[in-house]
Design a protein around this ligand. Structure first.
Ligand SMILES: [Fe+2]
Length: 411
């Protein structure tokens, strides 16, 4: 009898037994081991790298960022700490699988033990992908199946914009040349060991980019706060991120040279990144990814247009949470009902995007009704939809995008 039980059956019984002992309402929260913040904190980069045991750093950055001299402080800090340095400054726009392979070839050649991304979302995404790609030569979509859990080198991220939160998150997005699609790769190994937030690297970012990336960070916080996969820690970070971004972003867009404000935005964006990395996102991002890919629309702009529409749609399921958001934004009043607070939060976010000069309808950025079925179909497949608090059907997404094209608000 005993011989007839296969190993697969035993493994299945063990798995089912362990499932029964999984704690209810428990959660796992991941964040960088070291976070360094403050004006001119690039000077502390060498100490942080030594603490992490780095002996040879491969610095991955944007061509433009390098030409602007924004990386020179990092290079000096690394070499002054006696750490060997190899520069890979070939990122130019959104990273694709070919560039990641080139980066990995450089890594094999130089034998660095630490990858450091410096730049906007593209440079950080590229650095993260190089750190985990290893000897994988199949389609990138294979990597997302079980999540990327291991890497053989250390990983650090220094953002030069406040928005993507990539320095805190477990995700990278790479354009796969084989499949001709953007592939999100996700897993614990993508959370950097080191995040360094120096506002002096952000003071030259133009107002329009500051506004769009800031709205992206706000969208991370809002979607994370109401995500069905949220937990007490992610909600705490999301709440404080919303509070800070709502009050700081208009001032930073108006006066970008203020390093204290830039520092606040950098930390708020980091908090929003920590929040959504540990909770997932929602329908705004699920649609924004499709519109961004098809119309080459800046990610933050797509989010800014879509967020009020999605909030209105989701209000059916999260009026209570949106009322909290109204409190975080400072637009809640004692005399208001919960429903009124909920609406006040939606109106305040729409007003913020308008005040920052961001477009408020998809028609103005070239989105047409002909593409509705395709966009909705693709949005239904997006990984971000898993966190959305309201179940959604393709026809509802089509209706929502139709409203956003025309700039008409409904429920
Ligand atoms: Fe985003």
């Amino acid at each position: 009898m005993i011989e007839s039980i296969s190993n697969a059956t035993i493994a299945d019984v063990v798995r089912q037994t362990l499932e029964q002992f999984r704690p209810n309402h428990g959660f796992t929260f991941r964040s960088p081991a070291i976070t360094v913040t403050g004006e001119y904190c690039v000077s502390q980069l060498g100490d942080a790298l030594q603490e992490l045991g780095a002996q040879h750093v491969m610095l991955v950055t944007d061509r433009n960022i390098h030409q602007l001299g924004l990386v020179s402080g990092c290079e000096s800090a690394i070499t002054l700490a006696g750490i060997e340095l190899t520069l890979f400054a070939d990122v130019n726009g959104e990273p694709d699988s070919k560039l990641v392979r080139q980066g990995y070839a450089t890594l094999q050649q130089c034998q660095a033990d630490f990858i450091l991304g410096v730049g906007g979302g593209s440079a950080l995404d590229c650095a993260k992908a190089i750190a985990v790609i290893g000897d994988h030569y199949g389609p990138l979509s294979e990597l997302k199946v079980g999540g990327v859990c291991s890497r053989r080198v250390g990983l650090g991220a220094i953002p030069t914009t406040a928005g993507t939160g990539s320095e805190a998150t477990d995700i990278t997005v790479i354009f796969d040349q084989t499949q001709k699609i953007k592939v999100p790769i996700k897993g614990p190994a993508l959370v950097p060991d080191l995040a360094l937030l120096d506002p002096t690297l952000m003071s030259g970012v133009p107002a329009a980019i500051t506004a769009a990336t800031g709205l992206d960070a706000l969208t991370h916080a809002v979607e994370s706060y109401v995500s069905i996969q949220s937990n007490p820690l992610s909600r705490a970070y999301a709440y404080h991120a919303m509070q800070s971004i709502f009050h700081t972003l208009p001032k930073v867009v108006g006066y970008g040279q203020d390093l204290a404000l830039r520092g606040q935005m950098a930390v708020a964006s980091f908090k929003a990144g920590l929040a959504f990395s540990n909770s997932g996102l929602g329908l705004t991002h699920a649609i924004a990814h499709q519109i961004g890919a098809r119309y080459h629309l800046a990610h933050g702009v797509a989010n800014a247009i879509l967020l009020p529409y999605v909030m209105q749609f989701n209000a059916l399921c999260c009026q209570h949470e949106y009322a909290h958001i109204a409190t975080a934004l400072g637009v809640s009043r004692d005399a208001m009902t919960e429903r009124e607070r909920c609406q006040a939060a939606i109106d305040a976010i729409k007003q913020l995007a308008d005040d920052l000069g961001l477009p408020n309808q998809l028609a103005s950025v070239g989105v047409t009704v002909q593409d509705l079925p395709l966009l909705a179909e693709q949005a239904m497949q997006d990984i971000c939809l898993q966190g959305n608090p309201r179940q959604v059907e393709q026809a509802q997404i089509e209706q929502l995008i139709r409203q956003a094209i025309g700039g008409t608000h409904g429920t």
